[in-house]
Design a protein around this ligand. Structure first.
Ligand SMILES: [Zn+2]
Length: 442
């Protein structure tokens, strides 16, 4: 049996993953048959709460103990075993009580959704919800038709995320170990020693995005007053458990390992520029058609084009040093960009960039020599050509002596720093350290 929840949090606090640990604490009379799942959905949706993540837990009748995945007042294990839909009504009733106790109903933008059922919906719901937008009516129709027990609150949008998360069949996946604070400490500053995070970043081979080397800051703790103390992302759930001993300072009261779609690029769709539309995330290939330019606030833009159309690409101020790389582009360069699309004017917010082919950079070395008398000619103004002062011979602008200059940019892949990265964006480092060998099927 599955319990799926979404959108129980707000910008002010709470966290849907904490609610998952409350569900796990409640259902001691069932066994967990899988890691709880933390599923991130379309990061460009305008009405999302904080991270747009939904959570699913899988309950059943456990037979053989497998992995140790957390501690919530007791050690938590997952088991091999079988699903059963017995006590579905009872599970729904108890889960509903927990959702109603912990959700941030005070926030207008919090629209919790709860689903209990014993089968996974078609995975098209996941792909649509992570890449674009799924309509609430369609979700509710499906839930009714397939006899799920469900309840949506306020705007009910959480039902969309809950159903989408339930329909996820991991192809690519990662893990996040999340730790939680004592309730008395919620909202207080977190004590997380930076040197411990730096050491973790060095030692854990398959962890990623723990430390921001550019900002020289840890990036495992959220800035919000939510119950999370910190979360460490990586490809190996056993390795992640080492974080609990490595990170000193404030002690977590509970911890839980989640299976997630973070760092997978599942939100990205490869397409031509003319097919891009607001609220989706695209991967497009094209030619740079303008010098990069900076506007007030430090945002850097350039125009690019493929055979089908044009788009403006943006590296906003929070992408920090990534903007310096973008500024080195020149008209004629061939690039591939990953990023979310915004409307009015249509702009691609760059998450990652591949410089495929650099164009030649030709610089003027000197004015031409006169073809008649050999004297160095004089400029007649910007782009106005040249004239010989001695014999009045004229020459076009393109007669100037030029040479190819070295580009300051190299061909290859570039990404925004950790602090500016989307949960779903696949960090370049993942291609080297934690490509999964096993594939999950359910
Ligand atoms: Zn001359």
């Amino acid at each position: 049996m599955f319990i799926a929840i979404d959108d129980t949090d707000s910008k002010e606090g709470m966290c849907t993953t904490f609610l998952a640990t409350e569900l796990i604490r409640e259902f001691t009379d069932h066994s967990l048959l899988d890691y709880p799942r933390l599923v991130r959905l379309n990061p460009n949706i305008p009405w999302k709460t904080r991270g747009n993540g939904a959570v699913v837990i899988t309950l059943g009748k456990g037979k053989k103990q497998k992995d140790h995945i957390g501690n919530v007042e007791r050690d938590i294990f997952i088991y091999s075993g079988e699903q059963s839909d017995k006590k579905k009504e009872d599970v729904f009733k108890r889960a509903k009580g927990i959702v109603e106790r912990w959700s941030e109903f005070d926030s207008e933008r919090t629209d919790p959704g709860l689903i209990v059922g014993d089968k996974r919906p078609p995975d098209s719901f996941y792909h649509e919800a992570v890449k674009s937008i799924v309509e609430l009516d369609r979700v509710k129709q499906h839930l009714k038709k397939e006899n799920y027990l469900f309840k949506g609150y306020q705007g009910e949008r959480g039902l969309i995320g809950a159903l989408a998360a339930l329909s996820w069949r991991p192809q690519d996946f990662t893990y996040e170990l999340l730790t939680y604070r004592r309730k008395d400490d919620w909202g207080r500053p977190r004590d997380i020693p930076k040197k411990d995070v730096m050491e973790l970043d060095r030692k854990l081979q398959k962890a990623f995005d723990s430390y921001d080397h550019e900002e020289e800051e840890q990036s495992i703790a959220p800035n919000s007053p939510c119950p999370v103390l910190y979360g460490v992302r990586g490809g190996d759930p056993d390795e992640l458990k080492e974080a609990i001993d490595m990170i000193g300072g404030e002690r977590p009261q509970r911890w839980m390992t989640f299976l997630t779609n973070q760092g997978t690029d599942d939100h990205i769709q490869e397409m031509s520029i003319s097919k891009t539309e607001p609220w989706i995330s695209a991967k497009v290939k094209g030619i740079v058609r303008s010098e990069p330019y900076t506007i007030k606030g430090g945002h850097v833009f350039f125009k690019m084009e493929d055979k089908t159309g044009k788009i403006t690409a943006a590296a906003y101020e929070p992408t920090k040093s990534f903007r310096e790389i973008v500024k080195k582009l020149m008209p004629g360069d061939k690039v591939e960009l990953w990023g979310g699309i915004r409307d009015e004017p249509k702009t691609l917010n760059i998450e990652k960039m591949r410089v495929i082919k650099l164009t030649e950079k030709i610089v003027k070395v000197s004015n031409p020599e006169c073809s008649e008398c050999g004297k160095k000619m004089s400029s007649m103004g910007t782009d106005a050509g040249y004239r010989c002062k001695r014999c009045r011979t004229k020459a076009d602008e393109d007669q100037a002596v030029r040479k190819e200059a070295e580009r300051e940019l190299r061909e290859g892949l570039y990404e925004v720093p950790v602090s500016a990265r989307r949960h779903l964006s696949k960090p370049l480092i993942r291609d080297n350290i934690c490509r999964s060998t096993s594939r999950r099927s359910s």
